[in-house]
Design a protein around this ligand. Sequence first.
Ligand SMILES: Nc1ncnc2c1ncn2[C@@H]1O[C@H](COP(=O)(O)OP(=O)(O)OP(=O)(O)O)[C@@H](O)[C@H]1O
Ligand SMILES: [Mg+2]
Length: 385
Amino acid sequence: MQQNQSIMITNPFIINGEIPTEYFCDRKKESKNIVQMLTNGENICLMSPRRMGKSKLIQFCYEQEPLHSDYYCFYIDIYHTTSLREFTYTFGRQVFNTLKSKSRKMTLWFVQALKSLSADFGFDPSTGMPTFSVSLGDVSRPEFTLEEIFKALEQADKPCIVCFDEFQQIANYPEKNIEALLRGHIQHLGNANFIFSGSSRHLLTQMFHSYTHPFYNSTSTLVLGPIDLNEYIRFATHWFNHFSKQIDAAIIRQVYQLMESNTYYIQKTLHELFENTNPGGTCTIDQLPTIIDNMIEEQSTSYKQLLSMISDRQKEVLFAIADEGKAEKIMGAQFIRRYSLPSASAVQSSVKKLLEADFVTFFDGVYTIPDVLFRMYLKRIGGKE
Ligand SMILES: Nc1ncnc2c1ncn2[C@@H]1O[C@H](COP(=O)(O)OP(=O)(O)OP(=O)(O)O)[C@@H](O)[C@H]1O
Ligand SMILES: [Mg+2]
């Protein structure tokens, strides 16, 4: 996320990759708060529903002072990792790559610190800098390597911030002691603070709020909410006008409400509206249904895949909740009759699985499908696919 003015942006509503600071909407309070907490030595658990903007917010915070100048900030996305070995490999590689762009001295020193790897780092003869030529298989003793990485951070010449994004992933590793192992290292570090972020409220709450888990009470939890509507209106209007296009605040408001304030879906819709408005022209609302159809169509393969992972009985309950929107008393006779469900106990066991998989959330007696586009899709196919 660099302030690189030379990048030619043709659409200011960025939906893929890094967001240069000027195209990043708001999050002033949130970023100030996060930077303050980290520089005060706190560790943070950052949660939100999917696509609310956690990962981009963390990267935005890393660009703020004093983090940008006075800290080493590491961002490690562990979404694709499935074992301690992969975790360690991804962590080590990311620390290496970040240090390489910041400090030659620290990079060389980090390479020295990783003694347990059964391979040597390569060297780029043109720069004299090491290259990360280590492969996953070279991490033959991940517990030792992990310890070496943490030790290196502890001894770095600047304080460190480490974000493990999609942290809930560690719950799926085959090794059973990962939470305790990480907690053991982290609690002894004086030179590093951590952000654990993810969208699985279910798993993260268990890890950080259940007293039987090692991370219990070890972090301050932040739940990231939506971007404020007025901030978004200001942002979107500004960028339309900047490119000599007009948009009525009422359209932005309508998109915001339709997308239930989900940052990505709003941003994606505005991206399309912007693209379909000619310079000198005014954005019209009549394109909206087609844009939404296309968005659902784009996602339909992955939605089908998701549905193929659950049983027919779970699907029936999911369709019923989608149809209801906000579903209450789903184990009651009325709900069961309305959707021809088999029995209260069948609904109970199905919804348990749906909650665990984050297809459904439960709050204040109400079951909902948090992903608004997925809900639209389910309503459209109405259980018939
Ligand atoms: N402050 C912002 N300004 C403009 N667009 C934003 C902002 N924050 C997020 N976005 C948009 O939303 C998308 C999703 O953001 P991000 O990847 O940070 O969400 P997330 O909460 O990490 O999602 P997931 O739970 O899927 O990991 C971004 O690619 C971008 O298009
Ligand atoms: Mg993310």
